[in-house]
Design a protein around this ligand. Structure first.
Ligand SMILES: Nc1ncnc2c1ncn2[C@@H]1O[C@H](COP(=O)(O)OP(=O)(O)OP(=O)(O)O)[C@@H](O)[C@H]1O
Ligand SMILES: [Mg+2]
Length: 248
């Protein structure tokens, strides 16, 4: 039986889709069977980050509304056959049946070790459906004050909805700016959000470049790729200390 993990944030643009794609890739590299779902219905982009644009003839809404079997909405990664994705719909504005979504996720968890849901920004219906379907949540925040405040609010909404393990990933970390006190440091972010830390991801232009190329971050000699791998290892229960990169 696999685990359904929703990746949420509150504030938009903090890196949910980036984390979902790179975490799915890192887990699949370790041999895990992974399926990533684009829960950002109407504004999908997980398919681009995984290099799987237009690779599935149907989408999540088609599955939820019984227009096709699940298999028709699954795209398989080019180099990692154990990494699958179900795209979001391009133009969906109606409501999703949250129980159908949860049923689908639990069914997928019988077939995959990890089911990752890339949630939309905000704390509206899409976010709530993602939390309702999840067995674990990752809240993504940048060190920016606005993002930190939204992440704290998001964390308390999750706690009010259910009691599932919820952890924090701080993305777009600029070590030097933190050291100079120009942005919140890691302890300050953790105190404000009140969640245990699952990982730190550096601010890295390579993330933007690879996203614009339509694919995963190159793995070689990348602190950022290593950060995603460490997050994957911690999800697997490994006790991975913060990398030397962060301690210097
Ligand atoms: N660690 C990083 N370093 C630099 N840029 C990053 C990093 N993570 C994400 N980005 C960039 O930030 C932008 C937003 O990222 P992404 O789409 O993953 O955020 P999101 O939270 O999913 O956004 P939305 O709320 O709109 O769904 C993208 O241009 C992405 O390439
Ligand atoms: Mg997104």
């Amino acid at each position: 039986m696999g685990t359904v993990i929703s990746i949420v944030s509150g504030k938009g643009g903090v890196g949910k889709t980036t984390l979902c794609a790179n975490l799915a890739f890192a887990l699949a590299l370790e041999g895990r069977s992974v399926i990533a779902l684009d829960g950002d219905l109407g504004l999908r982009n997980l398919d681009i980050l995984l290099g799987l644009e237009s690779k599935a003839p149907f989408d999540l809404i088609d599955v939820l509304e019984d227009r096709c079997p699940v298999s028709k909405a699954i795209a398989v990664h080019d180099t990692l056959p154990n990494l699958h994705m179900i795209p979001g719909s391009e133009d969906y504005t109606a409501s999703v049946d949250k129980r159908a979504m949860r049923r689908l996720c639990r069914w997928l968890a019988d077939h995959y070790e990890y089911v990752l849901i890339d949630a939309p920004a905000g704390v509206g219906e899409g976010f709530r459906n993602a939390v309702f379907s999840a067995q674990r949540c990752i809240v993504v925040s940048t060190p920016d004050l606005t993002s930190v405040r939204d992440a704290g609010r998001t964390a308390s909404i999750i706690t009010g909805m259910c009691s599932i393990p919820t952890e924090l990933v701080i993305n777009k970390v600029r070590k030097q700016m933190m050291k100079k006190g120009y942005m919140r440091n890691v302890d300050q972010v953790m105190d404000s959000v009140s969640l245990p830390l699952l990982g730190l991801v550096p601010h890295d232009d390579e993330v933007v470049i690879s996203a614009n190329r339509g694919g995963i971050l190159p793995q070689e000699k990348s602190h950022t790729a290593a950060a995603f791998k460490n997050i994957a290892a911690r999800l697997e229960g490994e006790d991975i200390p913060l990398a030397a990169f962060w301690r210097k």
